[in-house]
Design a protein around this ligand. Structure first.
Ligand code: ZN
Length: 502
């Protein structure tokens, strides 16, 4: 048995190392690679992907798992061995059920579709991408059908980023959320808009970056095992538990951009850095799901980084860095500006309250497209109708409407958006749970101390890596199934105060 486990770990280590090497190439491509490197880089990453897929689907790996699973009763569910077998089996099944020929077709279609989208969006030309999107939907249905027996065609697609979650349970959470959020947003939209001009001045790029670094060091992001660079789209990537990198994006004339993207990515980063180091090289050394990963980025970005307590400590420091811009701006005005609620067209620019409305309508439209209830030619109109109903605004064109996100134009429809909102919901679930154990956390945050909160997250979430599913983590930490109430309560209290709602 022990010999078999050693053999399993050696095989999984190779898969992990191929993934780590591919991640280094991707990181380099997104940060420093000159354009001239593109063609060779495409070939190099394709080679690594092919080798990795061969390793992941090697029938010998399947036989090894079969043998080990026969003796698995000896391991309690909570043991690392049992967790490793669950995750390795899940990954093996996922990789093996999809034929390599299909993966090749999907990848080729994805890059063609993406190329067309990069010019169609600026040209506001939905018709140009429509035939590609139609093919994407056909391929996405085929992908789901490699996992027969589902209740909803979205289920197998959701299972890739959010293992164990189903369209029905996600849809139920979202309906509850939408019912509460739509009227809250409408009430706030009827008020006088908050003045955000203090954020829209000229701020030195280097000083902005330095301030963000100071904050995330205090959060617990370890620069001995990570680094931050600048890239067009901020992201987090992990080459190993000892090398977890983040990037940020800086706008000289908008203080929010670098600061909040740094806090957001550092939340993803501390999660990956906090995984139990004995999981190194194993598929357990990964986040649980896109939803749990996003819960950590949103926790540090919003619940902590957009809180009044946080700014009571950090605002004087920020004023000292930017005395000309912020010297005369009260902390309360600054706090309201960074929490301004506004019905806007673009998901990635949305505030905490409206953000989920953008996500939920995409989730519903994905489902309608896959189920054949909505035709691609009718998608822009369906999109605009939902923006009118949920956000009270109508996109003036498709560029800032249905064409705004890359997701559907990069080869797949289905399961791509729910993680963002599940993350918001879970950020409050986990924060509330930490507070129940340590009610002093908000006071500590207002003294610039984060170790109690960080330690709770590390002990209850980060260290487990991928050992438990999102639902298991929630039940282990709260004793209850996932629900939206802690998140709704957080929003009601916070925005009820800012906007004097009753
Ligand atoms: Zn994120």
């Amino acid at each position: 048995m022990e010999k078999r486990f050693t053999e399993l770990k050696a095989r999984l280590q190779e898969i992990s190392d191929l993934g780590g090497a591919a991640a280094v190439l991707d990181w380099d491509q997104s940060t420093y690679m000159p354009n001239g490197g593109a063609a060779a880089r495409g070939r190099q990453t394709a080679l690594l992907a092919r080798l990795s897929h061969e390793n992941q689907t090697d029938p010998a790996l399947g036989r090894l798992l079969d043998e080990l699973e026969k003796g698995a009763d000896n391991f309690p569910y909570d043991s690392d061995e049992a967790g490793l077998l669950r995750v390795a089996r899940h990954n093996f099944e996922k990789a093996s059920k999809i034929p390599s020929s299909f993966v090749a077709i999907l990848n080729e279609h994805a890059s063609e579709s993406y190329q067309v989208w990069t010019t169609a969006r600026p040209e506001n030309d939905f018709k140009a991408v429509a035939p590609f999107l139609e093919k994407t939907i056909v391929l996405s249905r085929q992908l789901a059908d490699f996992f027969p027996g589902y209740d909803n065609i979205m289920d197998p697609l959701i299972d890739f980023p959010d293992p164990g979650m189903k369209a029905a349970s996600v849809g139920k959470l979202f309906d509850e959320l939408r019912e509460a959020l739509v009227p809250m947003v409408a009430t706030i939209a009827a008020q006088e808009p908050v003045d955000e001009s203090c954020l829209l001045q000229a701020f030195s790029v280097d000083d902005q970056v330095a301030f963000g670094v100071e904050v995330i060091k205090a959060f617990g992001y370890d620069f001995e095992r990570g680094r931050q660079d600048v890239s067009p789209h901020p992201f987090t990537t992990s080459f190993s538990i000892g090398d977890v990198r983040i990037t940020t994006r800086v706008k000289e004339n908008d203080l929010r951009e670098a600061l909040f993207s740094t806090l957001h990515e550092a939340g993803h980063g501390v999660y990956e850095q906090g995984i139990n180091t004995s999981f190194e090289g194993l598929p357990l050394a990964d986040g649980t799901s896109s939803g749990v990963h996003e819960s950590q980025s949103r926790l540090w970005e919003n619940i902590v980084g957009r809180s009044r307590g946080f700014w009571s400590f950090f605002y004087p420091k920020l004023q000292a860095i930017f005395p000309d811009q912020l010297g005369d701006v009260e902390v309360e005005s600054f706090y309201k500006a960074i929490n301004k609620v506004e019905r806007s067209l673009i998901r990635t620019d949305a505030d905490e309250l409206t953000y989920n409305l953008h996500v939920m309508l995409r989730f519903d439209l994905e489902q309608a497209l896959l189920e054949g209830e909505l035709a691609v030619k009718d998608l822009p109109e369906a999109w605009n109708t939902r923006y009118r109903d949920d956000l009270g605004i109508t996109p003036p064109d498709d560029r800032d409407g249905v064409l705004q996100d890359v997701h559907w134009y990069a080869g797949r429809v289905g399961g791509l958006f729910q993680g963002y909102t599940i993350g918001n919901v879970l950020s409050a679930v986990f924060y509330q749970s930490a507070l129940t154990s340590y009610p002093s956390i908000p006071d500590e945050i207002s003294q610039g101390k984060f170790n109690t909160l960080y330690d709770w997250m590390r002990d209850n979430i980060y260290q487990h890596g991928k050992k438990y599913t999102a639902n298991e983590l929630v039940e282990r930490t709260t004793g209850d199934p996932m629900n939206v109430e802690p998140y709704l309560e957080y929003l009601r209290v916070k925005f009820g105060d800012i906007y004097s709602l009753d």
